[in-house]
Design a protein around this ligand. Sequence first.
Ligand SMILES: Cc1cc2nc3c(=O)[nH]c(=O)nc-3n(C[C@H](O)[C@H](O)[C@H](O)COP(=O)(O)OP(=O)(O)OC[C@H]3O[C@@H](n4cnc5c(N)ncnc54)[C@H](O)[C@@H]3O)c2cc1C
Length: 434
Amino acid sequence: MNDGFGLRGAAPRRTTTVVIGAGHAGLAMSWHLSQRSIDHVVLERGEVANSWKTERWDSLRLLTPNWQSRLPGYGYRGDDPDGFRTMRETVHFIEEYARAISAPVRAQTKVISVRHTGEHYQVMTDQGDWHCDTVVIATGACNIPQVPALATAMPATIASLTPMQYRNPDQLEQGGVLVVGASATGVQIAEEIHHSGRPVTLAVGEHVRLPRIYRDKDIQWWMDAVGVLDERYDEIDDIVRARNVPSLQLAGSPERRTIDLNALSGIGVKLIGRLAGINDGKAQFSGSLRNQCALADLKMNRLLDAIDEWASANGFDGKVAPPHRFAPTEVEASPPLGIDLARGSIKTIIWATGFRPDYSWLDVPVLDHKGRIRHDGGVVQAPGMYLMGMPFLRRRKSSLIDGAADDARDLSAHLAAYLVERSAARPAEQLLSR
Ligand SMILES: Cc1cc2nc3c(=O)[nH]c(=O)nc-3n(C[C@H](O)[C@H](O)[C@H](O)COP(=O)(O)OP(=O)(O)OC[C@H]3O[C@@H](n4cnc5c(N)ncnc54)[C@H](O)[C@@H]3O)c2cc1C
């Protein structure tokens, strides 16, 4: 809603906190700010749940079961807690949440700059400016597809798509497809395109293999129960590494299918090593496929060991299926190390190589040399500025819908304490002149 006040040239509006982004993370923060009676607005460049509405492919379902989308003050209310939401259902869920908590969302309001005047934050938008004491950045971790530089060497005859451009296989020319990247996005898109009848080659680098179901329960149920998802950022040896671990090789489907590399090669998807370069129209692949797969198998088995240990200690033995292990990932003895792209067997390349946030609008010096925001568990290195929704921000689950509640609780408490400290430090005349 825009009331015309605060548009360019008009006086800026004032609030205590501006939350930028009305995805689930911004909304979870809004709930906590309301609980603390902190005056705020949520500025959103599109509509509530914009990323799920505009940036995902048609067939995507959440890979987290319904019960695992717990937002503050709002649990799952349907009759299928173990199901996986479609995109339409996900959008509906987040819209319903925004309504239920009466979040003060200003839609169609794009933040174009945030700067600190020394006294307060100045948030400039295409619908006028705001002044505030504190800012919460909840603009998402996945604003821009991360395409490797080597993509520029791709022959012009081959179509190139990012997951944000991909909607369904009908978009693609007939013929072979190379999907680069075997994390959640890559394996899901590779499987769908394979079923459309196009031959699919999947370039596999580092990945996290997981079964959908283990010992009668969803793997997310086990990880939640064991406490893996609650591991904190300040208890991890190498948090930089942990924040860069690829997404889980999982998909949500009504059949609760496992979508690991064995499942994909079993239906005819060709596995190949990590794409290492493109030279003179030839794609070159790393010879590390076997090692990458062995490492992923090893890490999966370590997690299953921890689950078995927890299950025994907590009385689950005899109540669920006994411990078992999955077949190691099968890899061709000598997978090809190159494909001549000029030969025409590959018509499309899909870059499922990850995403990154976009902070081009942020004029506060808080970015490191890689363009990431410097922060300590979401407390940004600028007074009164906070970050939400990033991988392993405060906990392993921080980038999941289910992670927002705990993070927003912690960070809203920090923000409230900051406001108290700030007002105590301010001379009385400044407070009166506001
Ligand atoms: C393909 C994919 C699948 C995923 N699947 C799951 C899953 O199954 N389960 C799960 O728990 N998580 C999943 N995630 C992770 C995560 O939950 C989503 O990325 C989620 O959208 C992040 O929520 P968010 O609120 O942090 O960010 P977003 O939902 O991206 O919300 C950020 C909002 O900020 C707005 N915005 C950005 N810039 C500006 C600006 N300058 N001014 C105003 N507004 C702005 C955007 O329009 C957007 O609405 C998935 C992520 C991806 C990419």
